[in-house]
Structures are given as structure tokens and as C-alpha cells.
Ligand binder design. Sequence first.
Ligand SMILES: [Zn+2]
Length: 318
Amino acid sequence: MPEQVSLGAGAPVLAADVGGTVTKVSVVDETGRVSPPVRVPTPSGSTDTPAAILNTISDTARGLPGSDRVRAVGVALPGIFDEDRGVGVWSENLGWRDVDFGSLVQEHFRLPAACAHDVRAAALAELRLGAAHGLRDVAVLTVGTGIAAALFVDGRPHVRGGYAGEIGHVVIDPAGEPCPCGNRGCLEATASAAAIARRYGEASGTSVAGARDVLERSRSGDRTASIIWSSAIDALASGIAHLSAAMAPQAIVIGGGLSEAGEDLFGPLQEGVDARFRLRPTRLLRARLGEDAGVIGAAVVAREGAPSHREPAGGPHR
Ligand SMILES: [Zn+2]
């Protein structure tokens, strides 16, 4: 993580970002300094995965300086997560449905606790400390193993049961690859970092470690790699153009593993978005907090509560 990351003075808190394969745990002290995250494998396949995950977080935290002084806990979780209710609605990778994480975390740690979607947690970190700082209408799009956006409208998170911003599961190619959501040819199954590597492997018969390898092969003249890379950019550009038209944001911040490609991604992506939506310019920004944005966001959530946007009583829709 960038060395200067500090949340500023406030309560010391414990933060965890639960990923599909790796969980990161940090302690934030009174000055707001975020300790370098400790990475441990995410337990899966157990009869009670949520409990196993919480045990892993507390076991890991015990070894961290300052963990005995924390006064609140924040946890970022994958899948579909509804901050308005504190409920993990669905995780394909970790195999849960409708788990009341808000209560579980609070009971486990016996401390005030807040949980958030991993993408919205990372977005909140970008909003407080990173590329989206100072913006009120912004989408933060994470393109990594999956694709999802976190939306902030007039400075407030737009959650809607955990489903707002799930643009990764819109079909862009009905004949495309199967997606964990049950559909085929979703944006995520076409253009996520994981999908780029997998599609290249299938098309070329050569398996690669990640999207970065596909980009490097494309640069050195591998035609299959170029086709896969360009088709992913086209798909992303299309998704982002629709997002831009729907919310007219001040900027769209792009993070996640694929954003590490830098200008190789942002150059053609900006062109692609501009070509698809000419009515109003779309400003694309690169996320600043890198791969630890999720755990930094979990710390923000521990201090200020989940990025929930409950509709006032009698509100127009839910
Ligand atoms: Zn899908």
C-alpha cells in the first residue's frame, strides 16, 4: 500500500478484507496509521464458512501490535452484500446465502462492528483518501477477478439491497462464456482480469498466470493475445459508457488488478468510452490506493459505519 496512508486521528480499529482466496487483516492505531496487511488464506468449504472466517480474522489479529486496543471492527466481504441490512446476500465463491454478518461480527468480537461489500469498501477508501477524494457523484469500478462498481450520488452511497453497480453481470455476448451468476457472456465473464487470462488460455492452448501476461504477449505481437485484450477493452468501454450515461458522474475511478496495466488500459479505454458516448465527456481516473484499498476501506467502515443509504420511512422504492 502507499506508505503515507493514514485515516487521521481517531479510534483504533481492526480491519479485514475477505477475498475469495486471501483475507487481509490490519490494525489502525489512534493516529490513523494502517498497519501493512497480514495476508492469510480465506477458509472455504467448511460447514460454517462465516464462523471459520471470523476465527481466522481474530487469530490473525491477535499477533498484530495494538490489536488489544481496538474499539471497533470493520469487515469487507465479497459477493452481493447489503449494507442496509448487514447481510451477505450471496457469495458464489464462498458458498453463502443470506448470512447476517453484521450481527455475527459484533457477537464474535464483542465490539461495535460494521460490514461492507468489498468493492464499496475499496471505493469508500478512494473517496476518503484516494482518486475520488472531493468528488460527490462518482462511480468506482473494480476490475479484478470480478467486475463491479460502487456508486456515490451526491456524496452518498447508492446500495439498493447490494445490487446497485453490479454491471459485471450484464450480458454483452449471449454466445459468450458461462458466468457464476448462471448467465452467459456477462461483462465479468469477458473482461475481468481473470476472464482475460482464461479466454487467452482457451483460445491459444497456452495457460497464463494473469491478464498481465496476455498484455505482454499482445505487445510482442501475439495476435490471439491482441484480439482477447482488445475485445475485453471494447466490452469494458461499452459497460462504462452506459454507466456514464446513466449517472453523469464527475468521474469514473477504475481500480482492481487490471488498472495496474496503466496507459495500455486507460488509453484505449478512454477512446472506446468517448467513441460510444459523445454527448458528455467521461473522465476516467486510475485508482490510487492499489490492492489494499479493500482493507483500508474496511478500516474506514469500522470508524464511520457501513456505506449504507437507507431510504427514509415511506421512501419511494426499495
Ligand atoms: Zn454473470
